[in-house]
Design a protein around this ligand. Structure first.
Ligand SMILES: Cc1cc2nc3c(=O)[nH]c(=O)nc-3n(C[C@H](O)[C@H](O)[C@H](O)COP(=O)(O)OP(=O)(O)OC[C@H]3O[C@@H](n4cnc5c(N)ncnc54)[C@H](O)[C@@H]3O)c2cc1C
Ligand SMILES: *[C@@H]1O[C@H](CO)[C@@H](O)[C@H](O)[C@H]1NC(C)=O
Ligand SMILES: *[C@@H]1O[C@H](CO)[C@@H](O)[C@H](O)[C@H]1NC(C)=O
Ligand SMILES: *[C@@H]1O[C@H](CO)[C@@H](O)[C@H](O)[C@H]1NC(C)=O
Ligand SMILES: *[C@@H]1O[C@H](CO)[C@@H](O)[C@H](O)[C@H]1NC(C)=O
Ligand SMILES: *[C@@H]1O[C@H](CO)[C@@H](O)[C@H](O)[C@H]1NC(C)=O
Ligand SMILES: *[C@@H]1O[C@H](CO)[C@@H](O)[C@H](O)[C@H]1NC(C)=O
Ligand SMILES: *[C@@H]1O[C@H](CO)[C@@H](O)[C@H](O)[C@H]1NC(C)=O
Ligand SMILES: *[C@@H]1O[C@H](CO)[C@@H](O)[C@H](O)[C@H]1NC(C)=O
Length: 537
């Protein structure tokens, strides 16, 4: 293999200057020369006439549809959203190695996109010129039901993973997220949680090996990458360390019958008492039971039209309905659960139910990739360590009603989460957390005015919640990416800037992450607005 011409390195600064130039034709020429240089480099490594099949220049007629296919947040689907100079869609793992070597050699940033669900679009936008590595073709899943293991490539979706497991066995499953289009690459590396979290912990608690392409273009596995890097890519995010090709996972047993229900109450139906009791039960109860509490302001038509808050308890129980009803009758009487609220089903059916498909949808629905469809989204997160009092809740309801559009979901911790130490993986939020809050604003109208309304609201609610949530640092969940909590500037990528968001996402694990980063990518090639910084630049 020949090293690409050093000319490329010399050319790049000129190219960037040209890109910033107001003269579109110069910019077009510059883009073209980056493309030529990059493709020439790829050809040095990939001895096949087909190389151009995986590389898409901005001028290519397929470029837009490929870019949009996995944009999952419409906020980043505008003409002014920064776009990759080139999209590379590898069809072999070696193509990823080549793309890293060639992009690095011309000092061009790479952003890796697996499922595209990053809430701030960091897998497909950047404030620096960049090449996007789109992993959707690398989505093989090999399930070995006998040995209860699977190898999953980064570009697979959670829905595909669940379906392929179910094809082989109806008593095996995997603890991961609810939305079937979420990508394995981003989800697993950031922690990955779902409705079996209290029984089995996170996705990363069941990873036994991984393959990653490092900054030198080498494919490393657990043994060759070493314990440190393997620790980091379980909860520390993938994007700071390289390109993850696949994870090897250990499947978990699921019962033949599980039970789900959703029960809702408004303030008039004593939702406040329900939430008080939920806090006493949900984080402590049987670990087979996961009760997500969703809170949303709404207009009630019961009696005179008025504003209220609705509390919905959405539940997964790894067992039968009868046992569940008798358990909750004792522990959670304000819920008023009845047998007829419960639906018994198989585990794969519960995956479909939780993902809000229409009743009776076939598990094959999980294979759908819903290309090129997205709402406008903003998320924030918090961790709660002490129960919120009834007075506190009543004050929060008033604020939610005033704001009018922003919802919260309380996701109970406890169970298995309490048993895994905070430094077992890079994900730090374990014992001591009662629940995690996910703040969500979703909207449909394009334009700056709607965006301003919704993002202002969600920020206000987050700010109102300050007295009730974790402090020093106020913690956050990496997979609910939120650039409001701090960013690193690429022209000034510093440990000091990184600390601001780093301690919120990683708590005491942040320093070890920065040390590992410094060892595996000392030049800070793999970076973004919230990547792990090197200790010294
Ligand atoms: C509708 C929706 C539902 C969600 N539900 C859940 C849920 O139930 N539970 C939960 O835990 N989270 C959930 N999330 C959050 C989700 O886990 C994260 O957004 C996750 O990062 C998405 O992974 P992705 O591959 O789809 O995203 P991407 O946007 O492709 O990637 C996210 C980040 O990881 C990096 N990355 C992606 N692939 C690789 C790779 N192969 N190698 C190195 N770095 C990589 C990207 O560069 C980016 O920084 C949800 C998100 C959405 C939009
Ligand atoms: C090249 O592409 C053609 C058509 O897309 C395909 O049939 C062939 O197998 C490819 N060859 C290689 C070496 O990948
Ligand atoms: C677009 O890019 C693809 C992949 O490189 C290539 O096969 C195709 O010929 C290109 N089409 C045009 C019109 O340039
Ligand atoms: C996916 O698996 C098939 C069948 O085992 C194999 O032929 C193919 O090369 C794999 N693809 C990738 C991208 O690894
Ligand atoms: C709400 O609680 C009060 C006081 O405990 C009780 O009297 C009332 O019946 C409850 N209302 C509903 C709708 O459950
Ligand atoms: C992006 O915008 C285009 C055109 O405005 C639209 O056709 C497409 O559906 C949008 N895609 C997403 C993912 O929002
Ligand atoms: C992990 O935390 C435990 C205490 O919970 C501590 O004893 C141990 O040294 C820590 N390990 C590392 C590698 O920091
Ligand atoms: C923004 O909020 C204001 C006040 O609530 C409302 O009147 C307006 O219609 C909203 N605009 C958009 C675009 O949502
Ligand atoms: C660089 O980082 C320092 C330390 O956080 C900060 O004070 C400064 O404003 C940053 N400069 C730029 C240009 O972002």
């Amino acid at each position: 293999m020949e090293k690409p011409s050093p000319l490329a390195t010399i050319m790049l600064p000129i190219v960037i200057v040209l890109l910033l130039s107001p003269h579109a034709s110069y910019a077009a020429q510059a883009t073209e020369s980056v493309y030529e240089t990059f493709v020439d480099c790829l050809r040095n490594y990939i001895n096949s006439p087909n190389i151009s099949n995986i590389v898409f220049a901005q001028t290519n007629s397929s470029y837009s549809s490929i870019l949009r296919a996995y944009i999952r947040n419409a906020r980043f689907n505008t003409t002014s959203s920064p776009k990759p100079l080139i999209i590379v869609a590898p069809v072999q793992e070696s193509h990823v190695q080549t793309a890293v070597i060639c992009a690095e050699s011309i000092d061009m940033q790479i952003k890796t996109r697996s499922g595209g669900h990053d809430f701030e679009g960091l897998s497909y936008i950047s404030d620096e010129p960049f090449i996007m590595l789109d992993m959707f073709n690398l989505r093989n899943i090999t399930v070995d039901a006998q040995n209860k293991v699977a190898v999953v490539q980064a570009g697979a979706t959670l829905g595909e993973l669940y379906y392929r497991i179910w094809e082989k066995s109806d008593v095996l499953g995997f603890p991961a997220g609810v939305c079937h289009t979420v990508g394995v690459g981003g989800h697993f590396s950031g922690g990955g949680y779902g409705n079996m979290m209290r029984k089995y912990g996170l996705s990363i608690d069941h990873i036994s090996d991984a393959q990653i392409v490092d900054v030198k273009g080498r494919i490393l596995n657990k043994e060759s990458m070493g314990e440190d890097l393997f620790w980091a890519i379980r909860g520390g995010g993938g994007a700071s360390f390289g390109v993850i090709l696949s994870y090897t996972i250990k499947l978990v047993p699921v019962p033949e019958v599980v039970t789900v229900f959703q029960v809702e109450k408004t303030l008039e139906q004593n939702a406040t008492d329900l939430v008080v009791q939920w806090q006493q039960v949900a984080p402590y109860t049987d670990e087979r039971l996961f009760m997500r509490l969703q809170l949303h302001p709404m207009i009630s038509n019961v009696g005179e039209r008025h504003k209220t808050v609705r509390a919905a308890v959405m539940t997964m129980f790894l067992g039968g309905a009868e046992e569940l009803v008798s358990l909750l009758d004792k522990k959670f009487p304000t819920l008023g659960l009845k047998k007829e609220n419960c639906i018994e089903m198989s585990w794969i059916e519960s995956v479909v139910w939780w993902d809000s498909f229409p009743n009776g949808a076939h598990p094959e629905a999980l294979l759908g990739r819903n290309l090129n469809s997205a709402k406008f989204l903003k998320r924030k997160s918090d961790y709660v360590k002490d129960p919120i009092s009834k007075d506190g809740l009543e004050w929060i309801w008033k604020r939610m009603i005033e704001l009018g559009q922003t919802g919260m979901a309380f996701n109970p911790y406890g169970g298995r989460m309490n048993e895994i130490s905070a430094n077992a993986t890079a994900f730090p939020h374990r014992a001591g957390n009662l629940f995690k809050i996910e703040y969500s604003a979703n909207w449909e109208e394009p334009g700056g005015s709607a965006e301003k309304n919704f993002t202002t609201q969600i920020r206000r609610l987050h700010s109102y919640m300050t007295p009730f949530v974790s402090k020093n640092p106020r913690r956050a969940f990496l997979n609910y990416r939120d650039l409001d909590i701090g960013i690193n500037h690429h022209d000034n990528n510093s440990y000091q800037e990184g600390e601001v968001y780093g301690f919120k996402y990683f708590d005491d694990n942040f320093y070890r992450l920065a040390k590992i980063k410094t060892e595996v990518d000392p030049g800070n090639y793999f970076r973004n607005e919230q990547s792990i910084p090197t200790l010294k630049l």
